[in-house]
Design a protein around this ligand. Structure first.
Ligand SMILES: *Cc1c(COP(=O)(O)O)cnc(C)c1O
Length: 445
């Protein structure tokens, strides 16, 4: 009989996961903090949010932070803060969640996509410079699923061309690049804090920066009650205070801010435990053919933060050409439901970035205000379209429970070692592997 559970063998995973995947970790401390806000009736105030902003800025190692209703809003406001406007371009990796770049459309700007590096899954520093045009205002960097992007060459390119860098830290809160926290390299960091992310506080986002003008422009854009002439140091912003320039209202819900204050206090400890669990999993799989860790060499001083929605890299050629689709099917049969092939689909392949006229310009929004047809630059993005076939989700352990983690590692190893049995009925990969919004809170039970 086959060893593989897919063919009737015993499952590798037999233990009840318990709270191994449960996130966020909520205790009485969170509950009390929320009830305080609820009972005081200050859900729409800013007092708790301002405390959270101060604490967050200190933790992030930056001077200023501004809370938002979502990460999407924080990133859009970071773009506005960097003066991305009509006819301008931003450069963004094509493999990411859409809210790293799509908001540019709302500013009359457009997106130029860059390839991701197949090992880091972050923007490839060697694929940026030839995409810069006269209207390029900013590079958005995403530290994808916890992996820090290669910031040294990216910052050098930005400096050389006088363009801003926006770090989308939604996947990597607290991660380090060569010993320094991600989010502190660029001109501004903006990120999601929604409840699926590593730093999970409810439905919320935040922006952090050392640049007073970016911060004040972000206030002016979507925070009418904080947009007061006497608080603005930026001269050009003083005259129009009172109403939000963007016509948006982006205030953070104070129940989220209250959870945020509690979560932040425990985050470093919880991150350490995740790190221990995740590294243990990958250490057990070192040298197994076909599968490769998506992680950093910690000897360089880099870390993976909270390991948001972690991925593995897939080497089909080491497994006789077995498709990642078939591979994942076999891992799921071993008892890990969360093993899905792929990651975020390459954004440039979506019709919204090719043909759709969102705002009635009479032409696709992507090129509505652009000086050049930036879609031409998509032709060199084929390597990123293949990333789906080279990646899959792995368990996101929130606790270091070696015996349970060993079972999950065993599931992956068993499938890789018995790959030959899977070749026979391999249906191959579908045309699209992954999803437009691809994230898993935790495996289904
Ligand atoms: C989640 C996410 C966002 C958007 O954050 P929301 O809080 O969901 O609006 C932006 N960028 C990336 C990379 C994300 O994963």
């Amino acid at each position: 009989m086959s060893e593989l559970a897919l063919f009737g063998g015993p499952k590798a995973i037999t233990k009840d996961p318990g709270d191994l995947f449960k996130w966020p970790i909520i205790t009485k401390e969170d509950e009390d903090a929320v009830l305080d806000v609820l009972r005081s009736g200050s859900m729409s105030g800013t007092d708790v949010t301002r405390e959270f902003e101060k604490e967050f800025a200190a933790w992030q190692g930056l001077d200023l932070a501004l809370g938002f209703s979502t990460g999407t809003a924080a990133i859009q406001s970071a773009m506005f803060g960097c003066k991305v406007g009509v006819g301008d371009e931003i450069i963004c990796p094509t493999v990411t969640y859409w809210a790293s770049g799509l908001q540019a459309f709302t500013l009359g700007a457009t997106v130029v996509f860059a390839n991701v590096d197949p090992d880091t899954l972050c923007i490839d520093p060697n694929d940026i410079e030839h995409r810069i045009g006269p209207r390029t205002k900013a590079i958005v960097v995403v530290h994808y699923t916890g992996h820090p992007a290669d910031m040294d060459p990216i910052m050098a390119i930005a400096k050389k061309h006088g363009i801003k860098v926006i770090e989308d830290v939604s996947h990597a809160h607290g991660g380090l690049y060569k010993g320094k926290m991600v989010g502190t390299f660029g001109d501004v960091a903006a990120m999601s804090l929604m409840s699926g992310k590593s730093l999970a506080i409810g439905e919320a986002g935040i922006l952090a920066t050392n640049d007073r003008e970016i911060y004040e422009r972000a206030i002016a854009f979507g925070h009418y009650s904080r947009y007061r002439a006497e608080d603005m140091e930026t001269e050009s912003l003083k005259a129009h205070a009172g109403l939000p320039m963007g016509g948006y209202k982006y205030r953070m819900h104070q129940m989220s801010s209250a959870v945020g204050r509690v979560q932040l206090r425990h985050y470093n400890d919880r991150m350490l435990e995740i790190r221990k669990g995740m590294n243990y999993f990958w250490d057990l799989l070192e040298g197994v053919p076909g599968i490769k860790a998506h992680r950093v060499d910690e000897k360089t001083g880099s870390t993976m933060g909270g390991w948001y929605a972690p991925k593995g890299l897939y080497k089909s050629e080491e497994l006789g050409g077995l498709s990642v689709t078939r591979f994942c099917e076999a891992v799921r049969a071993e008892g890990f439901d969360g093993c899905s092939p792929g990651c975020n689909l390459a954004l440039h392949t979506h019709s919204l970035f090719q043909t759709l006229d969102v705002y009635g310009h009479g032409k696709p929004t992507r090129i509505a205000n652009a000086d050049r047809d930036v879609r031409e630059l998509d032709k060199t993005l084929a390597p990123s379209e293949e990333i789906g076939a080279k990646s899959y989700s792995i368990p996101w352990f929130k606790h270091f429970e070696p015996e349970k983690i060993e079972e999950y590692a065993k599931a992956f190893k068993k499938v890789a070692m018995n790959y030959k049995e899977l070749l026979k009925d391999d249906p191959g990969n579908p045309a699209e592997i992954g999803g437009w919004h691809f994230f898993q809170h935790s495996p289904k039970k």
